[in-house]
Design a protein around this ligand. Structure first.
Ligand SMILES: *[C@@H]1O[C@H](CO)[C@@H](O)[C@H](O)[C@H]1NC(C)=O
Length: 279
């Protein structure tokens, strides 16, 4: 387990968009609320939630403040082989023995993160959602086959961030859309969010409701470049009034589609379009 622990101890910032979205609450947020009021409280919002925008923002020259967390692929935990992953319990009830197994004190940040990951993974799916926390690459691929179809081939999209300087000048920057956003047309999509855990765990989910996937080329105010993957959820009418995206954007459920950028360690899976006939 030595190798695993090495990567794990280097977790730093792992606030996950999906956790924010699941919790969908924000202290002090009144039901509905006033767009203007929300805009005013902007400075007090955790900057890591500044990932939202609306489809009307998707045009060349538009400036959007976005937070892209730093990720270091070399330091993030690796997938275990399925057999090994399956031999380790993955349940909140087993947390005390898991902490012992990985040698983390109960009150350590790692213990807290493991607890949150297991909680998120054990939460029931919302209506129209199919989800799985994949603890190995094989189980992620099995999930994709179930959701996207056994006959389909898949491709993964991910945001790539090129910082001009390292460390980054600022994780929160104003980004300008540099190029015409490109819609990645697909019948279905599965988003997989990297979760903090001693080995690689991805929270993968699919929603029945319509969504659109885009690639957006962004230029940061400090010269950084981001080839970003974004998704727009077209129907927000059933979302909670207190969903953090409404707070950030100052809009109400159902009044607009809500889009967000993905951090670099997330994967968006699409079925590969099969072309019939000659090309
Ligand atoms: C982005 O630009 C706006 C308008 O100039 C400014 O008010 C805001 O502070 C900037 N945000 C960031 C994160 O730099």
């Amino acid at each position: 387990m030595g190798k695993i622990i090495l990567g794990f101890s280097l977790w730093s910032f792992t606030l996950h968009l999906f956790l924010i979205m699941l919790k969908a609450d924000f202290p002090g947020n009144k039901q509905g609320g006033e767009g203007k009021y929300m805009k005013k409280v902007h400075p007090h919002i955790d900057p890591s939630v500044l990932v939202f925008f609306t489809p009307s923002d998707l045009k060349v020259g538009k400036i959007i403040p976005v937070f892209f967390p730093t990720t270091n692929a070399k330091k993030s935990p690796h997938f275990l082989p399925k057999q090994e992953a399956d031999s380790i319990p993955f349940s909140l009830a087993k947390l005390p023995s898991l902490l012992e197994f990985f040698s983390f004190p109960r009150d350590s940040p790692q213990a807290k993160a493991m607890e949150e990951t297991l909680q998120g993974c054990e939460t029931d799916p919302i209506k129209g959602e199919i989800k799985l926390c994949a603890t190995s690459l094989e189980s992620m691929l099995d999930f994709l086959r179930v959701v996207l179809g056994h006959e389909a081939r898949f491709r993964a999209l991910a945001t790539t961030v090129q910082y001009l300087r390292k460390p980054a000048s600022s994780l929160l920057q104003n980004y300008t859309i540099l190029d015409e956003p490109k819609e990645m047309v697909a019948t279905k999509m599965v988003a997989c969010h990297n979760m903090p855990y001693p080995y690689a765990v991805f929270y993968c989910h699919y929603h029945e409701s319509e969504s659109k996937v885009y690639r957006v080329l962004l230029g940061g105010e400090y010269g950084d470049r981001v080839d970003a993957v974004a998704v727009c959820h077209m129907d927000t009418s059933l979302w909670s009034h207190s969903h953090v995206s409404f707070l950030v954007l100052g809009i109400k459920p159902g009044s607009s589609a809500v889009c967000h950028f993905f951090p670099a360690d997330n994967l968006v899976w699409l079925p590969v379009q099969e072309f019939r006939g000659e090309m």
